[in-house]
Write a protein that binds this ligand. Structure first.
Ligand code: AVJ
Length: 323
């Protein structure tokens, strides 16, 4: 029996716009200026990210996919999930491996993809519903913090947060986020994290500064989003993409550097923003982890690490933790 996937929306376009207005106001009036990475992902930004995942320099996605290909069976055995909740599911491309393993293991009956993008979610939910006719697919459009209040019940759950997206948060935000997840899970339920590991900057930096310039376009896309959504007039050609390794914080930082003195008008905020020549604005951090480090953060949030798997070069890890 096949049931059409259902989609629940806890995020109105107005809410998203309000959040963008708030983030842009705070970030563009701070010193130094910054913008949160979540605003990269409009349709064009999501497409550019898909392109990034296929770049020769960008190893995280293919490394995680290979780990999932090899280890999904073990993950299903460890967690025996009945419900798989995936935070920030996007195109759900790597999730198929977990869904296959979960259904083969025999426990999994429900998949709950969550994302901020209705379009990404709708497409993915329909495709997965068709590919896994025995699975109940129930998409949730929300912010991931919000989605934790709407977690499904009715079975043992595993929450998957893949792709290294945890690294977009600074340590304080991670602590709060992980504690929030621990709060909604029952003992014996699981969290599966995909995290990038601290590795050679000579490998890491090119992954965020590719020769073809796709990551540069992705970075600049946040300005395009502000231009479109907030009626701003950022001249994209006046900014240069920068990716650097911050060894103290153990994170990759992406910035946009103004190539000349600029005054940018953000009409929807009634805001004028001045950039000095050479001024840099932070647009993303992508923190990398060590296995003891992530185990410590999880322990502080109330989790216990049950298993970890990493690739032969120790560049990426899957971490399965329980409450
Ligand atoms: C989707 C957040 C995991 O940090 O590696 C890719 C985003 N930024 N290239 C990452 C990203 C630049 C990516 N995450």
């Amino acid at each position: 029996m096949t049931t059409a996937p259902t989609l629940e929306v806890y995020l109105e376009p107005d809410q998203l716009k309000d959040a963008l207005r708030k983030d842009a106001t705070v970030g563009l009036t701070s010193n130094p200026k910054w913008l949160p990475p979540k605003w990269f992902y409009d349709a064009r930004g999501s497409e550019l990210f898909e392109q990034i995942t296929a770049l020769p320099e960008y190893f995280p996605t293919r490394t995680e996919r290979e780990l999932l290909r090899q280890r999904s069976g073990e993950i299903a055995e460890v967690a025996a999930p009945e419900i798989l909740v995936e935070l920030g599911s996007g195109s759900s491309e790597k999730t198929r491996l977990l869904l296959e393993a979960g259904t083969r293991h025999g426990t999994l009956h429900t998949y709950v993809p969550q994302d901020v993008s209705v379009s990404a979610l709708q497409g993915a939910a329909e495709q997965i519903g068709a590919e896994f006719p025995r699975l109940t697919v129930h998409g949730v459009v929300s912010d991931f913090t919000e989605s934790l209040h709407h977690l499904p019940r009715g079975g043992r759950r595993m929450i998957a947060f893949l792709g290294g997206t945890l690294g977009n948060m600074v340590p304080g935000e991670r602590a709060e986020f992980l504690a929030g997840i621990a709060d909604v899970l029952e003992p014996g339920e699981h969290l599966l994290l995909g995290v990038g590991l601290v590795t050679d900057p000579a490998v890491l930096v090119p992954a965020y500064d590719d020769a073809a310039g796709v990551t540069a376009q992705f970075n600049l896309n946040v300005l395009r989003v502000l231009n479109g959504q907030l009626d701003a007039d950022f001249p994209l050609d006046a900014f240069r993409h920068i990716a650097l390794w911050d060894a103290d914080n153990e994170w990759i930082e992406m910035r946009l550097e103004a190539q000349r003195t600029l005054s940018v008008r953000v009409a929807a905020l009634d805001l004028d923003v001045e950039f000095a020549r050479g001024e840099q604005m932070r647009t993303e951090i992508s923190a990398k982890f060590t296995l003891p480090g992530i185990a410590g953060e999880l322990a502080a949030a109330g989790f216990e690490v049950e298993r970890t798997w990493s690739d032969p070069d120790d560049r990426f890890a899957l971490v399965c933790a329980t409450r």
